[in-house]
Design a protein. Structure first.
Length: 393
């Protein structure tokens, strides 16, 4: 090889090296811009503070979640307060999502992995659009088919086909498809899943009465918080289990959804319960079975005001009085905040499961102590076969 040929070869290598270096930097630039390489964040530029609205939709449902001055709201539920934790959890998950696999999927195969935009045909996924306070789109993606992973050690019947281990995601602004390692199971378009489920806390009940149709007519009371329950006026032998079940049902009352316009009165004559508490509060609860389904509409209102000061106990020492007065003042302040929230909630009606409210709908006869079967020993209502009790005599 002569000098001229050597110089030509060196020049060719320099040209090829320069082209390769240019391609490397181009690939690196594309990698940084797209964020879709293995291990890269799916939404690298998304920030929690920038998100002011989430639009979530699938083939059947749609929900708009908006951030206001006093918190997040669910637009489809009459601007009812939204579950802040559920929203923040989803946003943080989306920000932390990393690509574990990049896919090359044509438009014709999108239905197979459920990545079709909702409203544009079969095989639709769940579309999530995140916007800022000005309405500008920050991210727009479709969550597709959940990827299952075999887990031979999982004994649950639901794990026969595998456990959720990831999900297909389509980035609409980049028109690309990737797989992420989080199935994002809580990303749903059902409005009821996003409402704030905190509810009235009806506790320290002193008297509880029920009136309504079908024989629901009773009132129970107790003198002190630890006293046994009895029928008001002492008429009849109250079944302690029925009384406790009714009080517990009221204390643990919860709901699955908000009825935007419906009221219990719309479903017919409601059962009305009145609970008076040792805090001088009066709760009025209205229940009515919905014409369609087994659910009940529930409305709760509260009135009254807790005592300004507590009643000192007999022979209370000065240092004890000071400590207990301070504790009571703190408890009263928390109670006042709770009452404000419960009064705001009284404008709404709620959807509750029939089993949950069943103990509150018993007739007076069903609240009585039930006599044991004929021929069995023991007092009325005593289960047969209790220790020390004759059976079958």
């Amino acid at each position: 090889m002569n000098r001229k040929q050597f110089l030509i070869l060196v020049l060719a290598l320099l040209v090829l090296g320069g082209a390769g270096l240019a391609m490397f930097w181009q690939d690196l630039s594309d990698y940084r811009a797209s964020g879709q390489k293995i291990g890269a964040k799916l939404l690298p530029n998304l920030k929690v503070a920038d998100v002011a609205e989430l639009d979530v939709r699938d083939a059947k449902s749609h929900v708009a979640l908006q951030r206001k001055d006093n918190g997040w709201i669910v637009v489809e539920r009459g601007n009812y307060p939204a579950d802040f934790k559920a929203i923040s959890d989803l946003i943080i998950k989306l920000i932390d999502l990393k690509v574990v696999q990049s896919e090359s999927i044509g438009e014709a195969l999108m239905p197979r992995v459920e990545l079709v935009v909702p409203g544009k045909g079969e095989g639709a996924g769940t579309q999530i659009e995140l916007k800022d306070a000005a309405g500008k789109t920050l991210a727009n993606l479709v969550l597709g088919k959940t990827i299952l992973k075999k887990d031979p050690g999982n004994p649950l019947p639901s794990a026969v086909d595998g456990v959720p281990a990831g999900r297909y995601v389509r980035l609409l602004d980049k028109d690309s498809v990737v797989v992420v390692s989080d199935p994002l199971a809580n990303a749903t378009a059902q409005p009821g899943r996003w409402i704030d489920k905190s509810f009235a806390k009806i506790d320290r009940i002193k008297t509880l009465s029920a009136t309504g149709s079908d024989g629901v007519q009773w009132k129970i009371s107790r003198d002190l918080e630890w006293s046994p329950w009895k029928f008001a006026g002492g008429a009849g032998a109250l079944d302690p289990g029925s009384a406790v079940a009714a009080v517990n049902a009221l204390g643990n009352l919860s709901f699955s959804d908000v009825a935007v316009t419906a009221k219990p009165e719309d479903e017919g004559t409601p059962v009305t319960l009145t609970a008076e508490t040792f805090d001088n509060l009066v709760y009025t609860i209205k229940l009515a079975k919905r014409k369609a389904g087994d659910e009940y509409l529930v409305n709760v209102s509260v009135s009254g005001e807790p005592p300004a000061a507590r009643t000192p106990e007999k022979d209370e020492k000065p240092e004890e009085k000071e400590r207990r007065d301070k504790e009571y003042a703190e408890q009263r302040k928390r109670l006042e905040f709770r009452i404000l929230r419960e009064k705001a909630q009284s404008q709404w009606s709620y959807v509750a499961d029939a089993k949950q409210v069943a103990p509150l709908l018993k007739t007076r006869d069903q609240m009585l102590v039930q006599k044991g079967p004929a021929g069995e020993g023991g007092p009325p209502g005593m289960p047969p076969g209790m220790p020390g009790m004759p059976f079958g005599r």
